[in-house]
Design a protein around this ligand. Structure first.
Ligand SMILES: [Zn+2]
Length: 73
């Protein structure tokens, strides 16, 4: 569990990497996610997968194979 507070994370659970179109689930974050290497300017945060702005802004995304794997097993 690596929920981060403050800019640009704001304590939200889902992190979208704008450069790689990858969505990470920070509750299940793994070292392989390399979240801290993602530039702050390339981060969009969401509270849930059903959040309207996620669907609107990024209708297609790549689920991170490390932290979002469980949801697809
Ligand atoms: Zn990840």
């Amino acid at each position: 569990m690596m929920i981060r507070f403050g800019y640009p994370y704001f304590g939200k659970k889902y992190l979208y990497d704008i450069v790689t179109n990858t969505l990470h689930y920070l509750v299940n974050e793994k070292p392989e996610c390399r979240i801290d290497e993602i530039d702050e300017e390339n981060v969009d945060m969401y509270s849930s997968l059903n959040e309207g702005s996620l669907i609107t802004d990024h209708p297609v995304y790549r689920p991170c194979p490390h932290c979002m794997k469980k949801e697809y097993e």
